[in-house]
Design a protein. Sequence first.
Lengths: 175, 175
Amino acid sequence: MEFKSLIRTVPNYPKEGIMFRDITTLLKDEKGFRAIIDKFAARYEGWNIDKVVGIESRGFIIGSVLSYVLGKGFIPLRKAGKLPGETYSAQYELEYGFDKLEIHKDALKKGEKVLLVDDLLATGGTALGAISLIERLEAEVSEFCTVVNLPDLKGERRVKENGYSLYSLCEFSGH
Amino acid sequence: MEFKSLIRTVPNYPKEGIMFRDITTLLKDEKGFRAIIDKFAARYEGWNIDKVVGIESRGFIIGSVLSYVLGKGFIPLRKAGKLPGETYSAQYELEYGFDKLEIHKDALKKGEKVLLVDDLLATGGTALGAISLIERLEAEVSEFCTVVNLPDLKGERRVKENGYSLYSLCEFSGH
């Protein structure tokens, strides 16, 4: 199924000049939603993965379904102050500003293999911040996967230059 | 499978006197996570539901999996300023403060039947705010479901007194 056309582009959101790629129109369509999950599942079926980690908040939507389909536990990486237990945190640069992510210190065990999931890759700041938290717990990122990749924002290049594997389902040019 | 014991209680979070029921320890356990999804799926299999609506952010984790399992589209209800399209918003009272939820104006069609999902029911403020947004689009809430119900905070009573159906997987007394 051709799902890319179900992703809506909202011009000038969240600020002037940004073309926001909105996956809510894809998620709303049950066939489109199923198509992206099935594509991810087909790739990761049989991989040696211990946990699926999703990045708040849209990464929760994709990551939790993959967790269920692959039969692995789900770990949420959350914005600052949202996790109730003891955490590590990482600040990182976004396409438009700064943000902070946190992970529970007991979320992953040393040596566990992680599939890291988000909806979109832009500059790669969020992804690398997330990876740093996973590695702080001495777990390993098997791959980072997203629905949308915006290669012009160079996140793909940054992620790969840092030695990590990336899998995305579709690309858009520009912002 | 007995999943309730996998939910961790964090005392005095987010403030003194609150016993925070933390589902991340349940989600991390693949058997526990599967057990709760399978319980929900067993209930809703065969129901006449058009869409699954999840409340940001922990409601995304449960709601999106249910959406996939039931083969229905997923709609995220988000905190203020997070949805890029045209929205309606609702302010509501929380156990500790106020918050605002938004829905895309084109998220649901008139007459669509909705399963509303969150992780936890406390005072019911979030749930009733979410329901008001669904009804603003002239869609119908078939049922509101949560993993955890805190009946002492009277959310269950408020939801039911307002004429809505509630289904929760487990209860804790106190806050």
